[in-house]
Write a protein that binds this ligand. Structure first.
Ligand code: ATP
Ligand code: MG
Length: 343
């Protein structure tokens, strides 16, 4: 069976974009694929995290996975730092990837801002660790939001350069399979109506955990009041909703809210506009708030229950870590042989 890997950073409050763009899409893949879902705590510390907040956020991501319908028995749910091979393979990849490749990454440029001399070295090397996360399991499918597309292209570049640089030893050791390739070329799974949910305050910026404004995102743990308030205050232009999707062009905030409605109701944007076209925000925003509450509140209730019992969550992560390591260890062992590390 093909193998899926995806990760979420415990770097703040999980939000609607993480749910619609990633977590929700993880669930059906359990029926068709071997699935590994990882809380990528080593990625999170590329920017400063308070240790206690990191622990809490790690459990929160695990709770969200389970509350969304990921079954810890069928899927492997674990946190990245429990499998040291992630760091080990990332180091090898740091020596494969070129600094120029990293400098071109838009996520790095966005997060580093103007002061790129004073961010962590880890932030620059982030995509190399991400490539290690995926390739350590030879995963072939990676469900992510649209913002991770560039990192997945880099993952393929790293895999290809490793396969090429070490082609001779891979062949001599007989580790290249039918194709001569040790690492597979990974396919991104970026699909559906919600691959890029935008900030509620600024329709040109994606919704993010790390946005300093809490008003910019709907958090998975927000209560009904908070959700309604944030949607009511969401930035929009004054015009009423258009009758067709063409009418959303040049209106990023309207496009975003209609897209959120479509994703939450499993409908298309034209279907949503068939209902709300010609109506004003005073009608649409309360309807969107009701819909968001109806989808999110059962999940946040379940998340809270799970978070009341951190030992059980930690047990899930530990068990997942052991199962992940069992897959990773033999692959890492082959990497060491290919590279020439003496054991
Ligand atoms: P940070 O701001 O700390 O980077 P984030 O909100 O971008 O946090 P990540 O943990 O980096 O969250 O990403 C987890 C997953 O959620 C990835 O698959 C990413 O593509 C997806 N994702 C993040 N933001 C959005 C969004 N606004 N719309 C759709 N998918 C998103
Ligand atoms: Mg991110």
């Amino acid at each position: 069976t093909p193998r899926v890997f995806s990760g979420i950073q415990p770097s703040g409050d999980l939000h609607l974009g993480n749910y619609l763009g990633a977590i929700r899409r993880f669930v059906p893949l359990q029926d068709t694929h071997e699935t590994l879902y990882c809380v990528v705590d080593m990625h999170a510390i590329t920017v400063w995290q308070e240790p206690e907040a990191l622990r809490r956020a790690t459990r929160e991501v695990a709770a969200a996975f389970i509350a969304a319908g990921i079954d810890p028995k069928r899927s492997i749910i674990f946190n990245q730092s429990q499998v040291a091979e992630h760091a080990e393979l990332a180091w090898v990849f740091n020596c494969i990837a070129r600094i120029g490749w990293m400098n071109r990454m838009t996520q790095f440029k966005d997060k580093a801002g103007k002061n790129s001399e004073n961010v962590s070295l880890g932030l620059l090397a982030y995509p190399s660790l991400m490539a290690a996360d995926i390739l350590l399991y030879k995963a072939t499918q990676v469900p992510v939001g649209d913002d991770q597309k560039q990192h997945l292209e880099l993952t393929r570049d790293i895999a290809a350069k490793f396969n090429n640089d070490y082609a001779q030893t891979i062949k001599a050791l007989g580790l290249g399979g039918d194709t001569g390739e040790f690492f597979p070329m990974t396919d991104p799974l970026i699909a559906g109506p919600a691959t890029r949910i935008m900030s509620l305050r600024d329709g040109t910026k994606k919704m993010s955990k790390s946005d300093p404004s809490d008003q910019s995102r709907i958090s998975l743990l927000d209560d009904a009041d908070a959700i309604a308030k944030k949607i009511r205050r969401a930035t929009t232009d004054p015009a009423e909703l258009p009758e067709t999707v063409e009418g959303l062009a040049g209106r990023p905030e309207a496009d975003n809210l209609v897209g959120i409605y479509a994703a939450l109701s499993d409908r298309s944007k034209p279907e949503v506009l068939a209902e709300f076209g010609g109506k004003g925000w005073g009608v649409f925003k309360p309807a969107l708030a009701d819909l968001a509450v109806s989808v999110l509140s059962p999940m946040s209730t379940r998340m809270r229950e799970l978070l009341d019992d951190p030992e059980t969550i930690d047990g899930v992560l530990r068990d997942g870590g052991a199962r992940a390591r069992a897959i990773a260890a033999p692959i890492m062992d082959e990497v060491r042989r290919i590279v020439g590390f003496v054991r």
